[in-house]
Ligand binder design. Structure first.
Ligand code: PBE
Length: 306
């Protein structure tokens, strides 16, 4: 309902913009950075969002990339506000309820794209990188210590639709544990393929992750599959850099949260010699600056310094 109304609003705004543009001729681009809203008045989105990008945890790759974008696009006076993934999502939801402009650090897969009409701002300078993969990493020695659990983790691979399905259940109120159990029940074939040739076991396995919606979902699902196979699984949430460090130190066994090549590229370079790579678990991940569709702006280049 909300989504439809907003879509309609976007269409109206887009239409009136086209009419205005048609009536004004082409020499009217002096202030092209100011969009025009549906009432025909100028909207300076940079000013309206208070020269602020609503960020998440400062340890996240997308947070650091947003800070780089401020630099690369000469957005002097802009602030990338440190927050949490949950608080970012609440701020986004509140802005959309009030049809206000907002710019957030966003990523795919994420349930917000199913719930709201959103778009990535174009990034002609490529600060946020291209499409990425999410990868599974383990401590050195993990595969020889726990060959069956390692095989399961190696075979763990799913799609953005799969993970977004789990994320949506959680954002609709399910606990991560319940959402994982439910998804596993609904996707027997996929889970059977991950378990192919994997023997049951009772070893203790510690998985580490960060409290991002995508990683909460993947870690709970894979943890639950291991639990169902008899393993004694503990999952622990950490800061991003600490998660990588903990795997490299051998203080935890594995994680399914390595976004590469760009988002966690710096951490990968730091730790790649001390970890076992267990392959890709998801294709088509992406990070960037995300805005509601009703904002009449397309590119990071349309933003202005303070
Ligand atoms: N994220 C979700 C993470 C990776 C997973 C995009 C918030 C990050 O930016 O590091």
């Amino acid at each position: 309902m909300l989504k439809n109304n907003l879509k309609r609003l976007g269409v109206i705004a887009g239409l009136s913009l086209t009419l205005i543009a048609a009536g004004c001729g082409s020499d009217d681009n002096a202030d092209s950075k100011d969009a025009t809203d549906s009432n025909g008045s100028d909207v300076n989105y940079s000013e309206e969002v208070g020269y602020t990008i609503t960020g998440i945890e400062p340890g996240a790759g997308v947070f650091k990339a947003a800070e780089n974008a401020v630099e690369e696009y000469d957005l002097d006076g802009w602030d990338v506000q440190a927050s949490s993934s949950g608080a970012m999502a609440s701020a986004l939801g509140a802005a959309i309820d009030n049809e206000e402009p907002i710019i957030v650090t966003g990523w795919t897969p994420h349930w917000k794209f199913a719930k709201y009409d959103l778009k990535y701002l174009e990034d002609p300078k490529g600060v946020f990188g291209e499409a990425e993969t999410i990868n599974t990493m383990a401590r050195e020695g993990f595969s020889s210590d726990h060959p069956n659990a390692a095989k399961l983790l190696e075979q763990f691979n799913w799609t953005t639709d799969d993970i977004e399905n789990v994320m949506s259940k959680i954002s609709d109120g399910a606990t991560p544990e319940d959402a994982a159990v439910e998804w596993i029940e609904e996707n027997e074939d996929k889970v059977e393929a991950w378990k192919d040739g994997v023997e049951e076991g009772s070893d203790s396995i510690e998985l580490v992750y960060v409290e991002w919606d995508s990683e909460v979902s993947s870690t709970n699902v894979v943890g639950q599959v291991l639990t169902d196979l008899g393993y004694d699984v503990k999952i622990t949430s950490l800061d991003n850099a600490v998660m990588w460090q903990t795997i490299a130190n051998g203080d935890a066994d594995a994680m399914v949260s390595a976004w590469l090549p760009a988002t966690h590229g710096d951490l990968y370079e730091d730790f790649k010699d001390e970890i076992e790579e267990l392959g890709t678990n998801l294709d088509g991940a992406k990070i960037g600056l995300v805005v509601p569709e009703y904002m009449d702006i397309d590119s990071i280049e349309d933003l202005e310094a303070k």
